[in-house]
Design a protein around this ligand. Structure first.
Ligand SMILES: C[S@@+](CC[C@H](N)C(=O)[O-])C[C@H]1O[C@@H](n2cnc3c(N)ncnc32)[C@H](O)[C@@H]1O
Length: 472
C-alpha cells in the first residue's frame, strides 16, 4: 500500500460503526474478539465503502444494488500515485484547482473523480459509456455539490477519442482508468475462471456485466487507449491506467514502443491480498514518471558527482551526449540523447569497464580453476561499460521506468544509477546518483574516474568532436 495511504492500518470497525450505523448490522467479532466485517459479503462491502467515504472524505455516495462497489483503499492508492507523478513534475506549475484530469470509465459512483476533487481540488472529467452509470455518476456529483469541478460525459464509443475531441494542447495533466477487466461473460463466472484472467479481488465480486466486460478484456481496452493516446499526445501530459494482470506488461511495453512512446513506467498497488499495477506513459520524454534524482547540496558533494562546471552550457549539451556515449560505449542502440533535467536510469549487469587484458587473464585463471574476485581498474582506458537499461521481471513495489517492464534477471546487478544533466545558468554539470547494485559507491567512483579519464583523453585529441567543441 502507498506510504501515504491512510488505510495502511485497518480502520477500527467498532468506532466506525458507532458513527456510521450503516455498517453496524455487518459487524461481528473474530476469533480474537476483534470487531470485523466480512469482505466477501457484497452488502457489507457496500456499507463499508459508504462509511469510509463519508468518514474520511466527507463524500456522501449512493451505490445502488448490483453496481460495482469500489474499495476505497485501492482507489486511494491510484490517486496517491497520481499525486506523486504530479509532484515529480512540480505539479506542472499549477495550483490544485488548475490541475485537470480525465477518469476514463468513471462508473456509477464516479469514485476516482470524487476522491481526486475532494482530496486535491483537481478538476475532473469522468467519461462513461453506460447510460445508467452516467445518470448515477451525475447524481453522485450533484449530491456532493461538486458540479463546478467534475463533469460527467456520456461517450458512445472509443476510449479517449470522444472525450478528448476538441481538447487544446496540454489541457489535461493526466488521464486515469480502471478498465473493464473481462473479455466475455464466461470470464466473469468464477466457476470457469482460469489463470489467464485478472486475479479475483479478495473481497466480494460486484458489478454488472456491462461494467466489467470489454471484448478482448483489459488488454484490448488498454491497447486501444494506447493507440488513441498517440492522436491526443499534445492534449494530455501523462496517460495512465490500472493493469490487473502482471504479465500483460510485456505486451503493453511493446505496444507503447510501437506507437513511439519511450517514456513509460509502472508501479504496484497492493491492497491486502489484491494486487494491481499502474502504467503511465508520456509522449514528452522530459516528464518524470519515476522520482527524479534529488539534486541537493548533499548529493552534489557525495563522491561520484561528476562536475563539469568550468565549461559553458552549450558545450555541455554535447558533452552530456558524449558522456553517455562513453558510458554506453559503442552501443549505438542506447538512447544517448539527454536533455537538460532529463534522467537516464540504467543498470549494469556486466563489468565491461575493467581492462580487457586483465579480464582475459582472469577468465584464463577461472578456466584453470583458480578464480579470483575481480576488482576494477580505476585508471583503465579500455573499452567503456555497456548500459543495460533497467530490467526486472517483477515491476516491484517501486516505480520502474521503461524497460523495467521487460523480463530479465535482476539478481546480478553491479550498478544502478541515475545520470542527469543539471543546468545552472550558463554552466551545468552532470550528476550521477547511486541507486543500488553490488559494487556500491566504489562502482560509481570507478565509472566517474573512467568518465574523467575519457573526457581528458578526448579533450586533448584533435580528432575528437569534444576537442573541436572546446576549441570554439
Ligand atoms: C471496471 S469499471 C470501473 C468503474 C470505476 N472507475 C471504478 O474504478 O470503480 C469500468 C467502467 O468503464 C466503463 N466503460 C467501458 N468502456 C468504456 C468506454 N469506451 N468509455 C468510457 N467508459 C467505458 C464501464 O461501463 C465501467 O463503468
Amino acid at each position: 500500500m502507498h506510504v501515504r495511504n491512510i488505510y495502511r492500518n485497518p480502520p477500527n470497525f467498532a468506532e466506525l460503526a458507532k458513527k456510521h450505523t450503516v455498517i453496524a448490522p455487518f459487524l461481528f467479532l473474530n476469533s480474537n474478539g476483534v470487531p470485523k466485517i466480512n469482505f466477501k459479503d457484497q452488502q457489507a462491502l457496500r456499507a463499508l465503502t459508504k462509511a469510509l467515504l463519508l468518514e474520511d472524505f466527507q463524500l456522501d455516495v449512493d451505490i445502488p444494488e448490483n453496481v460495482l462497489v469500489p474499495t476505497v483503499p485501492l482507489r486511494l492508492n491510484y490517486i496517491l500515485w497520481l499525486e506523486d507523478l504530479l509532484s515529480w513534475n512540480n505539479g506542472f506549475g499549477k495550483a490544485g484547482d488548475e490541475v485537470c484530469g480525465i477518469d476514463v470509465g468513471t462508473g456509477a459512483t464516479a469514485i476516482y473523480a470524487l476522491l481526486a476533487t475532494k482530496k486535491n481540488q483537481w478538476r475532473m472529467v469522468g467519461s462513461e459509456i453506460e447510460p445508467q452509470s452516467v445518470m448515477l455518476a451525475r447524481s453522485n456529483v450533484t449530491r456532493n455539490n461538486l458540479e463546478k469541478l467534475i463533469q460527467i460525459r456520456h461517450v458512445k464509443d472509443s476510449v479517449l477519442d470522444q472525450v478528448l475531441a476538441d481538447s487544446s494542447p496540454n489541457q489535461y495533466d493526466f488521464t486515469m482508468c480502471n478498465p473493464p477487466f473481462f473479455g466475455n461473460e464466461d470470464e466473469t463466472d468464477s466457476g470457469t475462471k482460469t489463470k489467464k484472467w485478472r486475479p479475483e479481488p479478495s473481497g466480494a465480486k460486484t458489478g454488472t456485466k456491462n461494467e466489467l466486460i470489454y471484448a478482448g478484456g483489459e488488454l484490448e481496452f488498454i491497447f486501444k487507449m494506447i493507440e488513441e493516446s498517440k492522436k491526443h499526445q499534445n492534449s494530455v501530459r501523462i496517460f495512465t491506467t490500472m493493469v490487473g494482470i502482471k504479465r500483460d506488461f510485456k505486451e503493453l511495453a511493446l505496444k507503447l514502443k510501437s506507437v513511439g512512446v519511450k517514456n513509460f513506467a509502472s508501479t504496484e498497488f497492493a491492497q491486502g491480498k489484491t494486487m494491481r499495477w499502474g502504467l503511465a506513459w508520456s509522449f514528452d520524454d522530459l516528464i518524470h514518471l519515476i522520482p527524479p534524482p534529488q539534486v541537493t547540496h548533499e548529493f552534489e558533494n557525495v563522491p561520484g558527482c561528476l562536475n563539469f562546471e568550468n565549461y559553458i552550457f552549450s558545450h555541455l549539451q554535447t558533452l552530456n551526449f558524449q558522456c553517455l556515449k562513453w558510458i554506453s560505449g559503442v552501443d549505438e542502440e542506447a538512447d544517448t540523447g539527454l536533455e537538460t533535467g532529463q534522467t537516464i536510469h540504467f543498470i549494469t549487469t556486466e563489468n565491461t569497464w575493467t581492462g580487457q587484458r586483465r579480464r582475459r587473464r582472469e577468465m584464463e585463471r577461472v578456466r584453470k580453476g583458480n578464480a579470483e574476485v575481480t576488482t576494477a581498474d580505476n585508471n583503465s582506458e579500455e573499452p567503456p561499460m555497456k548500459i543495460t537499461k533497467l530490467s526486472n521481471e517483477n515491476p516491484g513495489p517501486a516505480s520502474h521506468q521503461g524497460e523495467a517492464m521487460e523480463a530479465a534477471p535482476s539478481n546480478n546487478i553491479l550498478l544502478e544509477s541515475h545520470v542527469q544533466l543539471v543546468r545552472d545558468g550558463h554552466r551545468g554539470r552532470i550528476n550521477m546518483r547511486l541507486l543500488g547494485g553490488s559494487l556500491g559507491k566504489d562502482g560509481l567512483n570507478q565509472i566517474v574516474t573512467y568518465l574523467k579519464n575519457s573526457y581528458n583523453r578526448d579533450a586533448q585529441n584533435p580528432s575528437t568532436e569534444l576537442y573541436q567543441l572546446l576549441k570554439c
